[in-house]
Design a protein around this ligand. Sequence first.
Ligand SMILES: [Ca+2]
Ligand SMILES: [Ca+2]
Length: 460
Amino acid sequence: MTKQSFKHAVFAASLMAATTLTPSALKATVYNDVTGETISVPIIDIVKVEVSNNIADLIFKIDLNGDVVATDWGKYCIAIDTTGGGDTLGNGWNRPISMSAGMDYWVGSWVDSGNGVQLWQYTTSWATTGGPNISKSGSNVTITVPFSQMGLNIGSNFTFDVVSTGGGGGDSAIDSLANPAQSVATWAGPYDISSYSPLPSYTLVQPPDPTNKVTFLVDMQVPIALWDEGGFPVPLDALDTNNQAVFVRGNFNGWNASSEYALIQVGPTLFSNTVDVVWPNNGTILYKFYIDTPVEETTVMSCNASRTLQITSLTMTAPLAYWGDRKTSDPTVNVTYSVDMSLREASGLFTNGVSAVSLRGSFNGWGTTAMTNRPAPDTNIFDVVLSYPYTPIGSCYNSGFYKFYYNPPETWENDPNRSLTTTITNVNTVLPTVYWNHNPYRLGWRDETGVGKSEMGKQG
Ligand SMILES: [Ca+2]
Ligand SMILES: [Ca+2]
């Protein structure tokens, strides 16, 4: 068994467990009525009404004292006062039911003949508007109204009453949710909803963000290859699959690597899991992949920007990603740094052949990486090539901080630290030669100091 196959033999036994959708919880406000206080039968005796809302709809779940599927002639209506004005005398169905405080909307529903519901709006007269929905089950009738069609928004408050009535066009409010007493003594009524006070009121609440199930997939082929190559020191983003875990972290989990966001190895190099992302629909999450070294991936194709995903569904799969945007099929990129020591040597502070020049920076933990000088006549220019395996063309190269250095005597460049970012367009990328200590003057004659003969044109 090869080293690689041994390492990768320990796969998770199963893939993602079946997940259950968790729609955002809708916390209802419950308005209770008494029972047995009507002149008629249990199917129009209101027990209670639960009112809730989601991001778009207002939902009334009306609980009756009888089975409205078995006996379905009842009519269930909602009188709503959203604002000043309104009809003080009647309603959208022209029944002997009024709201003397001013009824702005009337929801009229029936559960016979295949169910139906209408939303009526009063301006100077009544007219139908919008498209509410109705369903029934057992003793419940549920009416859903898009609240924007009543001019309401999250945070809006309105007063209302739910009333039951019969099949006759002249039937009044046989039960009133608000009123615990008998509402009418005869079918003809009439009944003024505002005769009872206070009427129920409801404030539209900001619904909780939905819990989305998002499947993430990341191919760890480069970190696994870096580990398998066994170099020393071990590259920071090498992945030991037997001892390290891979996570997805983002603004949806506080950029934390908690266990529920661990990814499972589902193939030789592929890691995946379906995790909870509590986030509003159409919102965009930021994320990256992470190894518990700890190290977060550096996304080289976007200059280390976070990955983004717009949440458009309760169940989603993010695009397949490669750790750091890198594949094992990507080339090794060689980046050449060079420093021109000629002015420094002319100053007498540096002696070529005596002092060794090196590159030090975050890339080598501020250790020394030796530089070598070029053949004549450029013997005062020192080069070093840094190699970056599995680096895609078009990627963003960031040097981190660095300085040039020579010894003896032990001499660092002046501050500030150098750093640069460039786009890799070639497997051999040669950075511009710079002068020791950021000296901006270009040496025109190799046997002179350049003082008084400067020309701009070379990067410091
Ligand atoms: Ca009742
Ligand atoms: Ca009542």
